[in-house]
Design a protein around this ligand. Sequence first.
Ligand SMILES: Nc1ncnc2c1ncn2[C@@H]1O[C@H](COP(=O)(O)OP(=O)(O)O)[C@@H](O)[C@H]1O
Ligand SMILES: [Mg+2]
Length: 211
Amino acid sequence: MGCTTFSVANLKGGCGKSTLALNLAAGLMVRGRTVLLDADPQGTLAHWTNHEGVVGMPHVVAAGASLSRAIRSASSEYRYMVVDCPPTLESGHTETVLKMADIVLIPVLPSPPDLWSSTHMVEAVKGARSINPGLRAYFVRNQVEPRSALSQAMRQALRSCGLPSLESTLGRRAAYRWAALEGISVYQFGARGKKAVSDIESVIEEVFNHD
Ligand SMILES: Nc1ncnc2c1ncn2[C@@H]1O[C@H](COP(=O)(O)OP(=O)(O)O)[C@@H](O)[C@H]1O
Ligand SMILES: [Mg+2]
């Protein structure tokens, strides 16, 4: 079976790209050999995963400069790949990734300015599809508060931007921050990570069950 390549991208910093990428990779590891490529020259993930010896943490490869080569070689070795993108189109890295990925997940915070800036991502996805027509793209609402009417309204508004949102969301949970501080994923966080793990699991299952 080939490699399924997930990318996590948005042109906005702080929306949860690295959080989603790392935890998604940790969830995919349970299913098959997984690698996490850090395409962000800021190298957030490399800082994050100073965790020598923590079982079940994804292997992180810094792939800024030689990105397309790294993606090609990882796809022959791994069952799943997750690529964390930088928050800009300027370096060309995000475009390179979108042209090679199977799926792009676009985290968005439930606030109007974040929604407006996502329209640029929709353009980037449409551009990439001229070369990579099979690219599947979904918004993932992040830092969602329980029972938030805003979050449902966001889903509608995002649909009118031109791409679907997953039904699954990531809740606003301290576990994501604590796990990051400790350099681990929420899967390594025991009972404290349980709700966050269930967020990530439902993202994975929804993506797998969508066509
Ligand atoms: N669902 C969430 N709940 C709580 N904190 C979150 C959540 N998602 C992200 N964060 C926090 O928000 C900050 C920005 O997230 P990060 O993943 O680094 O964003 P990006 O990679 O898009 O710049 C980090 O401090 C992260 O721990
Ligand atoms: Mg980041």
